[in-house]
Write a new protein. Sequence first.
Length: 281
Amino acid sequence: MSTLSIAAAQIRCVAGDISANLKLHVDAIDRARNRGARLVVFPELSLTDYLSSPDVPLLGRTIDAGEIQEIASRSDGIGVSFGFIELGSDGHAYNTQAIFSQGQLIHKHRKINIPTYGLLQEGKFYKAGEALSLAPIQDDWKAATLICADSWSPALPWLVALHGANLLIQPIGSARGVVDGEYDNPSGWDINLKHTAMTYSLPTIMVNHCGQRGGLDFWGGSRILDHNGVILACAGEKPELLVASIDMEKISAARHNLPTIRDSAPSLIQRELARYLASVG
């Protein structure tokens, strides 16, 4: 199938209340399915809310926990991408985004770039992930996940494009004023998302939190961008469900016309990276 209908579920989470947030997920999944979406994406840490100081022992869950499996049971006919605090078998906690489809786990991404600056203190609670992978969504659709600050590491969007992703899932937890100085989060994200989608002909679904709580002001702004970085749908600052379609044939044509991935010279970058590591090691 050339086209894929995708949904962004911008929800107003309840801080630390997994039961209440689970109900929000179930409702949004049903509404997205009824609108014909084959994939619905929730924000970063959507099951717990994005908390600057999470109670990890209380809020952390293993992948087979009851609340996780409840969402899995709702994934018939639709992929569901959502975030939670994962208690790994290694004893560490991770900021994780999982995708379930037909009741099965098909993808799990552990946040790699863990921010610890300004009001962001994730490094005190989460271990960084160490791998990238793609999720088989439907037919030849392959989705990569980058959680929030992951996409601010220039190599990561490039690597997922190089691996063959034709959809980027970008769950975030972005609030105004969390970065010191004059940095403006909404404007920064607008530039970042458009650049990545356009440069790599990579349709992107970004989903943020909304509402004020715990001293954080989440600005919403969830959106779906096409292969040229054009915004197909955009939310305001209140809960909203966005649905839009992306077209694989148009992605292929765009990558032929602007062959950024083909011409990105990974062997040169590998040599220069090795030279840099040698100089600092």
